[in-house]
Design a binder for this molecule. Structure first.
Ligand code: AP5
Length: 217
């Protein structure tokens, strides 16, 4: 049976960082809704043009567009064994839609590691984040620097700062998270699949705790 893991946590909690480290170990495709939107934006597809304004303002792209995009992505061959979802679902409607689509495929959400980090720390993390232009590998100028400044350790591509990592946009993203996404903590707790992880610990320790939670889940 395919296995589905949902990474939950505020912007900057470390979802992308951890997904990059654990997806191979779990044998699951890493599906990041933010990366798919950014790819569409770069290629100026219809979806990218529709999503652009919302992303620049730090708001959520409407549910119907997002759900359709993820449904399509989860049906590709690399998700046959399941997926590690990073950034989706982000609203109760998206969580309901995910549950329904997985049930149609005889699957369910097996585990939801929730990476908790206080808001002040999130701002420091996002304002110092550098992202690889080719494949989205993530660094931090202080907490996780690349070996050579401005260059990705993995593929040698240029590192850039995301448009939505400006302080005002980060603050908006955090308040949108608190209003629209944080209810999912209770939602998945009730389903008995939530595993809270202390995201203020060093990156390696967060990875170990996540793997431990996932092996139990
Ligand atoms: P998205 O790309 O998903 O952004 P996000 O959820 O805001 O998450 P981030 O990528 O900012 O943070 P992260 O938790 O992955 O942290 P990271 O590992 O990089 O979404 C962007 C936009 O797309 C949204 O605003 C919305 O418009 C749209 N969108 C996406 N999905 C959507 C959906 N489902 N519905 C509607 N709209 C959607 O780490 C952050 C930094 O901290 C890095 O520099 C890293 O090196 C550092 N770091 C990580 N872990 C640690 C640690 N333990 N200690 C110290 N530093 C650390």
């Amino acid at each position: 049976m395919p296995s589905y893991v949902v990474l939950l946590g505020p912007p900057g909690a470390g979802k992308g960082t951890q997904a990059e480290r654990i997806s191979d170990e779990l044998g699951l495709a890493h599906i990041s809704s933010g990366d798919i939107f950014r790819e569409n934006l770069k290629n100026q597809t219809e979806l990218g043009k529709k999503a652009q304004g919302y992303m620049n303002r730090g708001e959520l792209v409407p549910d119907d567009l997002t759900i359709e995009m993820i449904k399509d992505r989860l049906q590709r061959d690399d998700c046959k064994a399941g997926a590690l979802l990073d950034g989706f679902p982000r609203t109760p409607a998206q969580a309901e839609a995910l549950g329904k689509m997985l049930a149609e495929w005889n699957g369910k959400v097996d585990c939801v590691p929730y990476i908790s980090v206080p808001a002040e720390e999130l701002i420091t993390r996002l304002c110092g984040r550098w992202t690889c232009r080719a494949q989205g590998h993530v660094y931090h100028e202080k907490f996780n620097p690349s070996k050579k400044p401005g260059v990705c350790d993995v593929d040698g591509s240029e590192l850039y700062q995301r448009d939505d990592d400006k302080k005002e946009t980060v603050e908006r993203r955090i308040s949108v998270y608190l209003e629209q996404t944080s209810p999912l903590i209770e939602y998945y707790k009730k389903l008995g699949v939530l595993a809270e992880i202390d995201g203020t610990l060093p990156i390696d320790q967060v990875t170990s705790l996540m793997l431990k939670a996932l092996k139990k889940g």
